[in-house]
Design a binder for this molecule. Structure first.
Ligand code: NG6
Ligand code: CA
Length: 507
């Protein structure tokens, strides 16, 4: 009896010890104890702070995005670097402020690559640590070095800045060329039907949205009146490449299949996947499975579609048995816009939905909704779910992920916030320079300062307040997240402090 008892006690102690050990291992993922999980960025396009139920939306339901938020760290002070796409994508990949690069602005589909091939990037850093690296989805950082021939291998591009595998659209859905590019080659191109692209003039005999509105199924509101593809008038002119043209309604499924395939092929060794979804950027073309489902018009429907896609993608990670060995970062490249150039009913059917949530402004704006976006880190079994109000920026991923995987790399403007991203600290950044179409503003602590800028107060076409004012603006975001009360005149000391710190960084 005594023997059985002592045996039992030993067993209990052994079990307790083992239990502690697994617990200890869980919280020990730090710089000093690097790990090499798979890393996936799920990057949305123009998804606003108020577009997810997890961030307060009541008129639309996003269960799969919410599951990431509820099962991970949901940041309430997470920023993109810019209020438009190209600069934000530059920032997230390089860890360098986009305003340091004069070419980091919304690019046409023919723009050359704006990331220097010698520049450190997230995928390059991870390649250095033995990772396989892939990109699926929207690129919009330029391709080639000027005068691209779309009928030959297009280079340099993603494959030259750190991705071993790339399956992309060159720019945006509303810009030509409207084809997918696989490792530099236009997918499905018929050599007898070469592609020509121009952003200056049309090709003879080709219809355009401006001259042939009768051929369009979606009407342009502003811009977007050049070549017509699938009934949708686009920005820029394109000729040829018929067989290679994408189907807009299938784009989400198409990219999902590529992302799933990548995961399945790479699952045996650590991989990095940058999965850049196209929703809810214009033109909004939900698959018929989702069309009309939200009653909110195509903008709501494509958010629903994206949410479903994310659910399917998560299922794949689970089925492949890698969910607990994968860190997922979910965010958006910039804030929301409702009418971004097409009559698509998004405005008419918006109802009570507020894509910016409680924030002021939207895409293109220096107000908070331009750059404050949904931001989530999720790592099943390692990250303990919580909300964090730490100020974090997409810029910080390079240095933080380097710390995670044991690399020495540090991005120029990128801070190591690994503890914040894993939910072990609530500290975050002290300060951050934010950008919107080459203008910049500053955040320090809970304060936001916008220097005076000339220019329109409101972009009337998209109906968004841009942040321009002849006077300095200063807001206390803790008390006034909607930036309603300008305290620049009543709190001169604070204003001076922010202006001084801002100028130190900008000059
Ligand atoms: C603007 C487009 C807008 C959108 C944006 C880029 C017009 C009038 N507007 O120039 O529709 O394409 O560029 O969006 O052409 S972003 O999310 O890729 O930055
Ligand atoms: Ca965008």
């Amino acid at each position: 009896r005594i023997i059985t008892r002592s045996l039992l006690l030993t067993l209990i102690f052994a079990l307790l010890f083992l239990g502690c050990k697994t617990k200890v291992e869980k919280v020990m993922v730090t710089e000093a104890n690097p790990k090499k999980p798979n890393i996936i960025f799920i990057y949305m396009d123009d998804l606003g702070y108020g577009d997810l139920s997890a961030y307060g939306a009541t008129e639309i339901s996003t269960p799969n995005m919410d599951a990431l938020a509820k099962g991970g760290i949901q940041f309430t002070n997470g920023y993109a670097t810019s209020a438009t796409c190209t600069p934000s994508r530059y920032g997230i990949l390089t860890g360098r402020y986009p305003w340091r690069n004069k070419d980091a602005r919304i690019l046409p589909g023919t723009a050359p690559l704006i990331i220097d091939t010698a520049q450190m990037t997230v995928p390059k850093m991870l390649q250095g640590e033995g990772y396989a690296t892939g990109i699926v989805g929207k690129w919009h950082l330029g391709l080639g070095s000027g005068n691209v021939n779309w009928n030959e291998r297009v280079s340099p591009g993603p494959n030259e800045v750190g991705f071993d595998y790339s399956y992309i659209m060159a720019a945006t859905q509303d810009r030509v060329p409207t084809v997918y590019i696989a490792d530099g080659l236009v997918d499905g191109l018929d050599p007898d039907d070469p592609i020509e692209v121009s952003y200056h003039k049309n090709f003879e005999g080709e219809p355009t949205g401006l001259e042939n509105p009768e051929l369009t199924t979606m009407k342009w509101h502003h811009g977007h009146n050049n070549s017509i593809v699938n009934g949708i008038p686009r920005i820029g002119f394109m000729k040829g490449g018929e067989a290679a043209k994408w189907s807009d309604i299938d784009m989400a499924d198409h990219f999902l299949a590529k992302a799933q395939q990548y995961v399945k092929e790479q699952k045996s060794a650590p991989f990095f996947l940058y999965y850049a979804l196209q929703q809810p950027h214009v033109p909004r073309t939900p698959h018929p499975r989702f069309a009309g489902k939200t009653g909110m018009g195509p903008r709501g429907d494509v958010i629903l579609e994206a949410d479903w896609i994310i659910g399917e993608f998560m299922k794949t990670l689970k089925e492949e048995g890698i969910l607990e060995n994968t860190l997922i970062v979910f965010s958006s490249d910039n804030g929301p816009v409702v009418n971004d150039g097409y009559y698509d009913d998004s405005e008419e059917k918006l109802g009570n939905h507020t894509p910016s949530g409680i924030l002021r402004g939207g895409k293109y704006s220096l107000y908070d909704a331009g750059t404050k976006v949904p931001f989530i880190t999720y790592w099943k079994g390692t990250i303990t779910p919580s909300k964090s109000n730490a100020m974090v920026c997409q810029l910080d991923l390079l240095t933080s992920l380097a710390a995670l995987v044991g690399s020495e790399v540090k991005g120029e403007d990128s801070i190591n916030l690994l503890d914040e991203f894993l939910g072990k600290s609530n500290k975050g950044r002290e300060e951050l320079v934010l950008e919107a179409t080459t203008r910049t503003a500053f955040r320090k602590g809970n304060w936001a300062m916008i220097p005076p800028y000339k220019g329109a107060v409101i972009n009337k076409q998209v109906k968004i307040e841009l942040g321009n004012s002849e006077e300095y603006q200063l807001y206390n975001l803790e008390k006034d997240p909607g930036q309603k009360e300008n305290l620049a005149k009543s709190n001169l000391d604070k204003l001076q402090e922010l202006v001084t710190d801002y100028e130190k960084i900008r000059n």
